[in-house]
Design a protein around this ligand. Structure first.
Ligand SMILES: [Zn+2]
Length: 401
């Protein structure tokens, strides 16, 4: 016998018929193990193709719960599993397709305390996350354990794919990006949007890279990067910089070796994709949704509510009394004039700023308070948590996006 069970021969027959795979390749897949970090837009397509192809052991890392806003791209989750563990949800879908696999879930915060131990258990690591601290964490844990890392990214209509630390001669993520991006400069799907099929394509390509690696087929994306533009259909391959001899993790004398660092501190941003809530204003300069409703709205107190989100976001949902004046418009050279005109025309002495989650509104409030002349009698405040908090605490009919 070939070493494959009767059921396996039937299940994988179209793959077995490829001379490049054959029984040997199928047995390699069966005895291999892959860790997928992130059970979202990239992790779902990658996981399902690896399960379909017969990768014997799959690890799934994700600490998040399924949300309705995930379903347009995270296609292994279902409406009935909204609110449940993402890792468990993906496991259920994989089991339904192929019940022969060993699937381990890590429904836990993946961080410097557990990454090395988890990564150690697998042959190939897949980065299917979307934030800088986790990318550095996965990279360092993969390099320290000497595992290849298949990395993908997708945003708006574009995607990227590469393989880091394929072997000791090829670059790791840190070789290319020794310093993290300045906090606040990286846009993720949660803020920038993404068409669901883009991570679908990139996640599928990640699974292909994994299968090639396990079966020894073709050439890998080590040292080069695929750039996909979904709007033009163009696929470009660019050569990446060489491995860096003074890289902090894979260089000649690494400073990160065995002991991982604090990645949130290193990047200045948190690992969750909701973004950090900034502290720009004093507590006196802020107001909760509840307080704003009770003391201002319900009492019909004359005031101005300025919604500083983009007009696109305001078109999704907006409070009826809000005036949409995007932060980048306020930031323009004579942007403050429009606020002055609004205050003068409405004859109000109270101005409130609102945005999606309460960061842009703080920036707007600070900017206006510091720069608007003759306004010392006017009270400026931002609404804590923005329209998201309003939708959760005050009016549950308002959609959260
Ligand atoms: Zn490196």
């Amino acid at each position: 016998m070939s070493g494959l069970k009767k059921e396996e021969v039937a299940r994988y027959s179209r793959q077995l018929l490829l001379p490049e795979i054959g029984v040997d390749g199928q047995l390699k897949l069966k005895s291999s193990s892959v860790l997928i970090v992130g059970c979202g837009g990239l992790g779902c397509p990658c996981a399902i193709y690896l399960a379909a192809a017969g990768v014997g052991k799959i690890g799934l890392v994700d600490h998040d719960k399924v949300e309705l806003s995930n379903l347009h791209r995270q296609i292994l989750h279902t409406e009935s599993r909204v609110g449940t563990s993402k890792a468990a949800s993906v496991k259920e879908s994989l089991n339904q397709l192929n019940s022969n696999l060993s699937i381990t879930i890590y429904d836990t915060k993946f961080d410097q305390t557990n990454a090395i131990d988890i990564v150690k258990e697998y042959d190939v690591i897949v980065d299917a996350t979307d934030n800088a601290p986790t990318r550095y964490l996965i990279n360092d844990a993969a390099v320290i354990n000497n595992k290849p890392l298949v990395s993908g990214a997708a945003l708006r209509f574009e995607g990227q794919l590469t393989v880091y630390h394929y072997d000791s001669k090829t670059p790791c993520y840190r070789c290319l990006f020794p310093k993290p991006p300045p906090p606040g400069t990286v846009t993720n799907c949660s803020d920038g949007g993404v068409l669901g099929v883009i991570p679908g394509i990139i996640g599928s390509l990640q699974s292909l890279e994994v299968i090639k690696m396990i079966t020894g087929l073709g050439t890998s994306y080590a040292g080069k990067m695929l750039l996909y533009d979904g709007l033009t259909g163009s696929i470009r391959n660019v050569k990446l910089r060489e491995k860096c001899s003074n890289c902090a993790v894979c260089g000649d004398s690494p400073t990160i070796d065995g002991q991982l660092i604090d990645y949130e501190q290193f990047c200045g941003t948190p690992m969750c994709d909701d973004g950090k809530i900034l502290k720009i204003l004093t507590p006196e300069e802020r107001i909760t949704c509840q307080e704003y409703k009770e003391t201002i709205v319900d009492t019909n107190t004359p005031h101005l509510l300025i919604d500083v989100r983009s007009s696109l976001q305001a078109s999704i949902v907006k409070l009826p009394n809000a005036i949409n004046l995007p932060l980048d418009v306020i930031n323009r050279p004579n942007g403050l004039d429009s606020i002055k005109e609004l205050i003068d025309s409405k004859k109000v002495d109270k101005v409130f700023f609102m945005c999606r989650r309460g960061n842009a509104s703080q920036k707007a409030c600070r900017l206006v308070k510091d720069n608007l002349v003759n306004c010392h009698l006017i009270q400026f405040k931002d609404i804590i948590g923005g329209i998201t908090a309003w939708a959760k605490e005050i009016d549950q009919q308002i959609p959260i996006y």
